[in-house]
Design a protein around this ligand. Structure first.
Ligand code: PLP
Length: 373
């Protein structure tokens, strides 16, 4: 059996976890969290804070952006629940826009039509770690005075025109869930691209609305409740686990890209399926390898065949506008030309740190076999 996903593990990360425990420093913002923050800043050029999940990074962004009841937030319907839920929880109305069939990302050319007087933010999702058309999205945002929150949950280490994803909008949200390229079990990070003052506010929002971070740095002599906030900081144990991977992030990225390319090279001649498109301005991180088949019926058959053959293949994202909560909190602007249709054709193949080349080849062989090749 070839698993669909295996959580990333490093021996170094395990040693760090033991060290965190031995240090008696297991709450948030300990030495390992600090090292992860240093890594984020060095790698992306933006200041970031670890959070308890990608979802809580998005929730923090919603708070910092001042999203409230009656505001509208634009995002794709083809995404993970949290992209919308993090704003719906603030009372915002979610407005969906169709995706582009080539990258499965929000269609930047349809965004402007969805903007109303109530629109406050755009939340592009970098699906599979492949960037949305950010130049166009930022141009629209500037023109209409909107905040951009990048859902870069899948985009750690990916770039758009040389810029790290998560550093282009006002805020960038990463996930370190066990299904992502770098993991701390449950966790994430928010990048603040709006300057030092807003970063200070982010520290407060993350620390239950208190100025405790300033207190720890000796900048104030006692800490107190100063703003809205919640508890969004993860345990230093989780940060320790993550640091083991961040230290070898380039190596992990290369390994994933190699497997991605092996999939691509071995599947590209099967005319019945479509492979992912990587636009020229994007450097991706091989977060996932997906194929698209003819239709839902073919997908059901191929998935069953792959599972019988011991290949852990899955599909995902029932478009949010067709979910019960989606119907309640959201509206779809314009025509659903691709969101539903393309989502029904997609299959994800195994992809994780440690996946072997022969396993990739075996998965490719089974796909070929299904098509009688
Ligand atoms: C994983 C993911 C999230 C949520 O991250 P968690 O860490 O699981 O909360 C949000 N958006 C997208 C696109 C994701 O893939």
């Amino acid at each position: 059996m070839i698993d669909f996903n295996v959580p990333p593990y490093t021996e170094r990360g395990e040693e760090y976890v033991r060290e965190a425990i031995a240090n008696h420093k297991i709450c948030g913002d300990g030495p390992f969290t600090k090292k992860c923050h240093d890594w984020l800043e060095k790698k992306t050029g933006s200041k970031g804070l670890l959070t308890t999940s990608g979802t809580s990074a998005l929730e923090m962004a919603a708070l910092l952006a001042g999203i409230g009841p009656g505001d509208e937030v634009i995002c794709p319907s083809y995404t993970f629940t949290s992209t919308a839920a993090a704003f719906a929880i603030r009372g915002a109305k979610i407005v969906f826009v169709d995706i582009r069939p080539d990258t499965m990302n929000i269609d930047e050319n349809l965004i402007e039509d969805a903007i109303t007087e109530k629109t406050k933010a755009i939340v592009p999702v970098h699906y599979a770690g492949v960037a949305c058309e950010m130049d166009k999205i930022m141009e629209i945002a500037r023109k209409h005075n909107l905040i951009v929150i990048e859902d870069a949950a899948q985009g750690v280490m990916s770039k758009y025109k040389g810029k790290m994803l998560g550093t282009i909008g006002d805020y960038g949200c990463y996930s370190f869930h066990e299904t992502k390229n770098y993991s701390m079990g449950e966790g994430g990070a928010i990048l603040i691209n709006t300057g030092d003052k807003d970063f200070e506010r982010a520290e407060i929002v993350r620390e239950k609305g208190t100025n405790r971070s300033k207190f720890f740095r000796g900048q104030v002599d006692k800490y107190t409740w100063v703003d809205v906030g919640s508890s969004y900081l993860p345990s230093d144990i989780n940060a320790a686990y993550l640091l083991g991977q961040l230290e070898i992030a380039d190596e992990i990225n290369e390994e994933r890209l190699k497997n991605w390319q092996t999939y691509y090279d071995n599947l590209k001649d099967i005319s019945e399926i479509e492979l992912p498109t990587i636009p020229e301005e994007c450097e991706h991180n091989a977060h996932m390898f997906y194929i698209k088949v003819k239709d839902l019926e073919t997908r059901t058959k191929l998935l069953a065949f792959l599972r019988e053959s011991g290949i852990g293949a899955v599909f995902h994202y029932i478009p949010l506008h067709s979910s019960p909560a989606g119907k309640k909190f959201c509206r779809f602007n314009g025509e659903d030309k691709y969101t539903t249709k393309e989502s029904e054709r997609l299959i994800r193949l195994p992809m994780y740190k440690g996946l072997k080349e022969e396993e990739v080849l075996e998965a490719c062989k089974k796909v070929a076999e299904f098509y009688g090749k």
